[in-house]
Design a protein around this ligand. Structure first.
Ligand code: SF4
Length: 350
């Protein structure tokens, strides 16, 4: 019998499975502490539980449901894992090390169907949605590697795929991530990033989970955004900004806008002025990121251009920061590891 992915169980379902095997109410807390907080990769490690219970759990549930096929480490401490799923699909997550803490970039789909023209994952197309367990197992694996939940501070759903196109798995995954008996993350430490899938923003707002919202903006107006991100033809900036303005925020919480600066495309002072206009009145911060040059189609901005872009935004009262490109030599832009493994990227680019 094929074992079930442990992380596919909502916490309430796990409670049901356990009580059938051992009715003691504290067993659930024990299993969750081992699996979610300590990152145990097998039931045999749960030595404060009876052996026959551990054996029974091991017969039906798999704590290591995804094989790590490749691991790349960059000089700046970032790590990228490529996972093989049970049906042969590939997915990846990236852990970024910054000033004493770690952030995990989690994937929600194998491939992606959104077709952003600057993105390596888009060349794969959408293979399939990930399950609840395939999403949360990425978090569990990073915790395991770090040897403790407390060492993984932030989770960002901006790996492979469009998270808001897989809300049926993402919402229960977020519930397990936020649950004090589960991974116990504060919603302040969890960010969902979208390319601008407006119905998903509306639904996420209704779910009331309180997680941070990030928008991959990348353009100052519809004509440039249409060119870079096909989603904009369906949901242009006016509709996107309306949904963003309606997203509920706590006091001092801000919407994050990611803006990849691509040389000669979206990087002029005039573009920066338009971006400032778009964000007027929205509690926001803008992360400026240099394009991570992966194809001949686009190029990095000229030296000093990002700083110039930032100056214009700051002069208009925007909170704008420059994010250093991390993990560049391991291809930390989304989807590149999978593309390398499948041989769709020229070997010389590795
Ligand atoms: S940038 Fe994100 S949404 Fe766009 S194609 Fe790549 S993975 Fe999909």
């Amino acid at each position: 019998m094929m074992k079930r992915n442990f992380f596919d169980l909502k916490l309430s379902d796990l409670s049901g499975v356990l009580s059938d095997m051992d009715p003691k109410p504290f067993r659930l807390g024990q299993v969750l502490r081992w699996a979610y907080v300590m990152g145990a990769d097998g039931f045999d490690l749960m030595t404060d539980m009876p052996k026959d219970l551990r054996d029974k759990l091991d017969e039906v549930l798999d704590l290591s449901p995804m094989a790590v096929l490749d691991e790349l480490r960059s000089r700046d401490g970032s790590v990228k894992w490529l996972y093989g799923l049970h049906d042969g699909e590939l997915v990846e997550s990236v852990m970024i090390r910054e000033e004493g803490h770690n952030t995990l970039c989690v994937s929600t789909q194998a491939g992606c169907g959104m077709g952003c023209t600057f993105c390596e994952t888009a060349t794969v197309g959408l293979r399939r949605n990930l399950s609840l367990g395939e999403i949360t197992a990425q978090v569990a694996y990073a915790i395991r590697t770090l040897e403790g939940r407390n060492r993984l501070r932030n989770l960002v759903f901006m790996g492979m795929g469009e998270p808001l196109k897989n809300l049926d798995a993402l919402v229960p995954a977020l519930e397990n991530i936020l649950d004090p008996s589960g991974f116990d993350y504060s919603p302040r430490r969890v960010t969902v990033s979208t390319c601008g899938w407006v119905p998903g923003i509306v639904r996420l707002a209704k779910e009331g989970l309180g997680v941070n919202l990030a928008i991959s903006l990348n353009a100052p107006d519809d004509s440039i955004r249409d060119l870079l991100m096909p989603v904009n033809r369906k949901y242009p900036l006016a509709q996107l900004m309306e949904a963003v303005r309606a997203y509920p925020l706590r006091p001092r919480q801000r919407i994050t806008f990611e803006y990849v600066i691509i040389g000669g495309i979206n990087d002029s002072d005039e573009h920066a002025l338009k971006v400032a206009g778009l964000l007027r009145g929205i509690p926001s911060k803008i992360n400026l990121i240099s394009y991570n040059e992966t194809s001949a189609r686009f190029r990095k901005p000229e030296e000093g251009r990002i700083e110039g872009f930032q100056r214009v935004l700051l002069s208009r009262g925007c909170l704008a920061t420059i994010r250093r490109s991390r993990g560049e030599e391991i291809g930390a832009a989304c989807g590149q590891l999978r593309a390398l493994s499948k041989g769709t990227v020229h070997a010389g680019e590795k």
